[in-house]
Design a protein around this ligand. Structure first.
Ligand SMILES: Cc1cc2nc3c(=O)[nH]c(=O)nc-3n(C[C@H](O)[C@H](O)[C@H](O)COP(=O)(O)OP(=O)(O)OC[C@H]3O[C@@H](n4cnc5c(N)ncnc54)[C@H](O)[C@@H]3O)c2cc1C
Ligand SMILES: NC(=O)c1ccc[n+]([C@@H]2O[C@H](COP(=O)([O-])OP(=O)(O)OC[C@H]3O[C@@H](n4cnc5c(N)ncnc54)[C@H](O)[C@@H]3O)[C@@H](O)[C@H]2O)c1
Length: 462
């Protein structure tokens, strides 16, 4: 039975751990799918390439109120798809090639199959027509997650897509129904609607993106209703194939029909398929592997990172944790802690959304002292240029110290505009020093942030 110094399961962020400093470690990487994991192959990167293309396709519909008449004469879906995956697929193949064939990786054995724990620090990998059991002193578990498929009678028979498959369609559907109301639903609704598809969004709750700050979620839902057929408070219970498409029936009585169905109801970690319990690792109710501040699991020497163990399920978090694990493997006597204090996220829909820190609802629930401010894009010069009427920034701060507690932006370039606020929170810069201790380029979009900071009703000495 081969024994290793280190075995890594998963080639998403897990693949970034091995570098020349591990050259004299006997290591193995186990991957059951495509090299590069979710973000590269079916997540962040292709979706944002589609989103940018969708933004271009949506431009003519917004241009006429500027006095510019443009017309969208077509979206060559297959060309769009093939351009995007024509860039991505070779990168994934190159990553595999590097690990399996390059002399830098002479100390690395790649197992291309599904790993499953079969004992303490013992992993059995299913290989084509065979299996191999390996052991190691240390493991890094970076096995990610997979889409959750809700229990809807008939769904398997009618067929459905998830984010894993929808981007590889052969043709654009005329009508798409999306079940779910989170990140994936919001981003794909924008993509497909911009390409001319009739989109229906089905949400169980009373608002879209309900984990965002309430004001953001409310504004996004209002705007989404102008673009998509949004069905709130609907529980999908049955699916069947009708004469002209798939018919979904809601508990509330009505039905909706479409050519394709996209399931976007969240993801769950792959800890069950990896059978982490067989090596003694604890998991949470959600299936996430329990880790401590050093990213170590309940079994000494076994680390976990990314979607397998993090409730954030974001690539920048997985990458940060991979850097922490890498350090802790190389320097066991000087381990470092992961920093999850101010984890930002963004939704690349239309409008875009970005957020960091506490929502107003969370601040209220925690009994934290806070004040808020808002600044509309419409009230800053660049917002006039863009004729924006719906975007805003909302800040929460400690009234006594001026320390920022949360920042939420909905509107053009929100994921870029929010970055100085993430920086301020991470380095403890108070709102007044931030607003008045530097120049803000006029008339650029960050003036939104400057004004939101100045609008905060802080105590007089702040
Ligand atoms: C549609 C979509 C869009 C997204 N967009 C963004 C975004 O814009 N920004 C952002 O920050 N995040 C985004 N995310 C989230 C981001 O993709 C993930 O947080 C990130 O990829 C997680 O990385 P990871 O290394 O933990 O897992 P993964 O990248 O999922 O890697 C896990 C790897 O482990 C392999 N594996 C699993 N089980 C086993 C096993 N038993 N044996 C062997 N191999 C195994 C899998 O095949 C996979 O390659 C998006 C996700 C989706 C689905
Ligand atoms: N821009 C980004 O960073 C980005 C983009 C896409 C995905 N992601 C990551 O991928 C993960 C998965 O995204 P997601 O959108 O699938 O999950 P999500 O958790 O964001 O949203 C899922 C939504 O579906 C709803 N839902 C659950 N079951 C339902 C049902 N039966 N019917 C109707 N609605 C139902 C939930 O209430 C929830 O609001 C996210 O956690 C996110 O971190 C990130």
């Amino acid at each position: 039975m081969p024994h290793y110094d280190l075995v890594i399961v998963g080639t998403g962020s897990g693949n970034s751990i091995l570098d020349p400093r591990f050259a004299d470690w006997k290591t193995a990487i186990v991957e059951k799918g495509v090299f590069g994991g979710t973000c590269l192959n079916v997540g962040c990167i292709p979706t944002k390439m589609f989103v940018h293309t969708a933004d271009l396709a949506a431009t003519p519909s917004a241009a006429s109120r500027f006095g510019v008449d443009e017309e969208l004469t077509g979206v060559r879906w297959r060309d769009v798809r093939d351009r995007i995956f024509g860039r991505i697929d070779p990168i994934a193949a190159g990553g595999r090639e590097y690990r399996t064939g390059h002399q830098d990786n002479a100390n690395v054995t790649v197992y291309e199959g599904e790993g499953r724990f079969t004992g303490h620090k013992e992993l059995t990998v299913a290989l084509p027509g065979d299996s191999e059991t390996i052991t190691a002193d240390r493991f890094v578990l970076a096995a990610g997650g997979r889409p959750i498929i809700p229990d809807i009678a008939g769904l398997d028979e009618v067929g459905y897509h998830t984010s894993d498959t929808i981007m590889r369609l052969d043709r654009l559907p005329r009508r798409l129904v999306i079940i779910g109301s989170g990140f994936v639903a919001a981003e794909f609704a924008h993509v497909f609607a911009s390409f001319g598809v009739e989109v229906t969004l089905v949400a169980r709750s009373g608002a879209l993106l309900r984990h965002e700050d309430g004001d953001i979620s409310t504004r996004f839902t209002e705007l989404a209703r102008q673009r998509f057929d949004v069905r709130l408070n609907r529980h999908t219970v049955r699916a069947h194939r009708g004469e002209t498409g798939v018919v979904l029936a809601f508990e509330e009585g009505e039905t909706v029909e479409a050519d394709d169905v996209l399931i976007a109801t969240g993801r769950r970690p792959n800890s069950d398929l990896l059978d982490v319990a067989a090596t003694g690792i604890s998991t949470m109710d959600t299936g996430h592997v329990v880790v401590d501040d050093y990213q170590e699991t309940s079994v000494p020497g076994i680390y976990a990172l990314g979607d397998l163990s993090s409730r954030h399920e974001l690539k920048h978090v997985a990458n940060h944790e991979a850097r922490v694990v890498q350090h802790n493997l190389l320097h066991p006597a000087e381990r470092i802690r992961a920093d999850h204090r101010f984890v930002p996220h963004a939704v690349f829909s239309s409008p875009q959304i970005a957020s960091v820190g506490l929502t107003e609802e969370a601040a209220r629930e925690r009994g934290v002292a806070y004040v808020t401010s808002k600044q509309d894009y419409a009230g800053i010069a660049y917002g006039w240029a863009m004729e924006d009427t719906s975007g805003f920034a909302k800040l929460l701060a400690d009234p006594a110290t001026g320390q920022l507690l949360g920042a939420h932006i909905i509107g053009p370039q929100a994921p870029t505009v929010i970055q100085p606020l993430i920086q301020a929170m991470s380095f403890g810069l108070d709102a007044h020093s931030m607003a008045r201790g530097q120049y803000w380029i006029h008339p650029a979009m960050p003036e939104l942030v400057e004004n939101a900071l100045l609008n905060l009703p802080l105590e007089p000495n702040q």
